[in-house]
Design a protein around this ligand. Sequence first.
Ligand code: N01
Length: 541
Amino acid sequence: MKPEEYDVVVVGAGFGGLYALYRLRAMGLTVRLLEQAPTVGGTWYWNRYPGARCDVESVDYSFSFDDELQQEWTWTERFATQPEILRYVEHVADRFDLRRDIDFDTRVDAARYDDATFRWHVGTADGRALVARYCVMAMGNLSAVNLPGFEGIEDFQGRIVHTARWPEEGVDVTGMRAGVIGTGSTGIQLVPRLAEQARHVTVFQRTANYSMPARNRLLDEAEIAAVKATYADRRETSRWSMTGLPVEAPALSALEVSDEERRKAFDTGWREGGAHAVLGQYADMLQSLEANAFGADFVRERIREMVRDPQVADRLCPSDHPLGAKRICVDTDYYETFNRDDVRLVDVRSASIRRFTAHGIETADGEHHDLDVVAFATGFDAMTGALLALDVHGRGGVSLRDAWAEGPRTHLGLAIAGFPNLFVVTGPGSPSVFTNMVLAVEQHGDWIADCIAHLDAAGLVAIEPAVDAQEAWVSHVTEMAAASLRSRGNSWYLGVNIPGKPRVFMPYVGGLGPYRAICDAVAADGYRGFLTSAGEPVGMA
Ligand code: N01
């Protein structure tokens, strides 16, 4: 069968893939987007667990590329729920007629570069073959599910469900004893909602996390009108900020102010809520352990105020990593939920999960926890898992799994030496997860589109990073991480959550605005650090 031919194959119909499709198609290119889910949404399709919502404010966590779109869509809550975000993404897909170029229920399983023809050959699980000049991998940073294999799991007679594969029809836990493994952002959102429904909830915590109150609320008309009236400025500030949000980075050090003043600032942040409630108050919260400790102490004090049983409060207080070294969580009633008689916190750091039994979980101290349903809120093989799940082969047949055996190496988090014409949206080495992802994917979509336009205009057929430029970028990412307290936790940023994964700090801590300036300068300088080819195989001329 003759393969289907396109200018570009895009993989993944989340925010990143949809924007890439929109931009590339507008340039007159033929684009096919392949998506394994039955609809658009990416992470917002898969993560349907009760309590799932975004912890970036909804008016900012939305596309900025089209003013009519942002004027006509009205968010209802400060932090949007998963169903509302999914409706939004579906609206975007329909509004820009994107679905006609998308194949749903189509899982890509291989991509191989042909050096002779400068083409990617993309294979799907259902046997389709596509050929494209360019591949854009937009599979998300947090999409490859981490399902730890506990002993005896197959003996469990109850139900097991991963939060990122929550069934569309929901899971009715009424009258049941539910267990939750994991207390990251997901577990912390899930636990209060499960507790409202289940007969009993047991929370298995390995690492206590810092969680900020969401202070979620309905948005009122005046507030929405004010945002819409100033959207252009709001977006421009966001694009050049560190976080992709319309906030200026604080200039003051936490060490320069009095105890009283610092306390007042943290109190104000805590009252306002959100991920930056404490970390966002001072410039050096992620640079200075001393500054950070002020914030961490403040959060621990709040936990002790909210949780009545001092022993439970103690266990909920993070003690083994600085504030922000693991992703800050944002919750609604998480800590208060442990004041309920029907919710129990089990510390699996001191007594780990030994095995599943037919009727529950046994911990290393010999205790048996009777359970009817267990929710795995155990996260993801982050940043690289989705891409490495594919069988990707670049120039000379080199496999990406081999190229990244010691950890991912990219130039700018966008492209990989030895893998010409393959672009990664928010890949390892880009600011991605430390920023507002929607603006991050727009920046990548724009850069990739401009790069392809440049190549086409110049009659060039292939592009890939030079090895020395890539190595310099990897070193820069590593140096920036080493100077930040973000690298001081056993987090998925470092791949520590996946057994055997190389410990490499993957995201770029340099901030969206500065990173954008770097990417723009590379492009303006004729794609400095990249090798291009007018017809000879790249790297072999
Ligand atoms: O996953 P996680 P997540 N035995 O990896 C525990 C984004 N997100 O799905 O910390 C026992 O953070 C693990 O313990 P430990 C956000 O970027 C955003 O919660 O490794 N426990 C940890 O507690 C977030 O960071 C939003 O010791 C085990 C938990 O499982 C990212 O997604 C909402 C275990 C996993 O936490 C991932 O969050 C949700 C084991 N064998 C998610 N294995 C919003 O925007 C793992 N754990 C609001």
